[in-house]
Design a protein around this ligand. Sequence first.
Ligand SMILES: [Fe+2]
Ligand SMILES: [Fe+2]
Length: 264
Amino acid sequence: MATATQSIREILASQASAALVLQRFEIDLCSSANQSLTQACSSLQLSVEQVLEKLAAADAEQNGAPPVDPASMALEKLVQYIVRRHHRLVRQELPRLAALAHKLATKHGEHAPELIAIDRLMDDLHGELIAHLEKEENVLFPYVVHLDQNLGLARPTAIGGFWRVSQPVRMMMNEHESALSILAELRSLTNEFTAPEWACATHVSFHTGLRAFERDLKQHIHLEDDVLFPRAVEMEDSIGSELQSGGLAKLDKASEPLCESPEL
Ligand SMILES: [Fe+2]
Ligand SMILES: [Fe+2]
């Protein structure tokens, strides 16, 4: 938890969400890096209590435990939880971190060439993950919600084409692997997200942000790979066997796609 006597640099090194809060108060991260929070606030005539309050709220929002164990949620609620918490964080943090990486590469890339490689990897990660979230939100998740609402196996064509839910699930899991391997390269190039001695406050904040981003992405992927996806596959299987044993709508899955024009 940030304190009034900590320097801006120390706050940035310990709290990933601090950079955005301090920037909203127009505290310059680099020129105020060695000032205490009290000094930085008093030179801008800000209330240090108010800044501390916002820092604590941002920290709680990013790291607070979820109100309910996500693994025990109904599938529709779990999908909502993943989108509201984890997808929102990717969309908020990834462009910010990619912009910081670009700034660092431009400013220090000449004497620290790893920053140029980091900038490229951040671009790759950004492109891959944003496209990934869109596939989940537009194709896979609506079908999982459709299953959870007990609407059967046939689905509106708007949801996208695939034979079984295991197909998009496999694709999403491969994309998770790819994102994690980019993050592993970033971890190695950043010396385990440790800023070098000469790092400016922006550089420190990039490392703190990337470390927190990796932690959140791992939780996000765990919820999808180990909880949501297996439960969706299981639910689809159980609806399929119910239909077959009841003779209500025998689906010949081998010859009849559930929708046309597969997108996944
Ligand atoms: Fe996701
Ligand atoms: Fe995912």
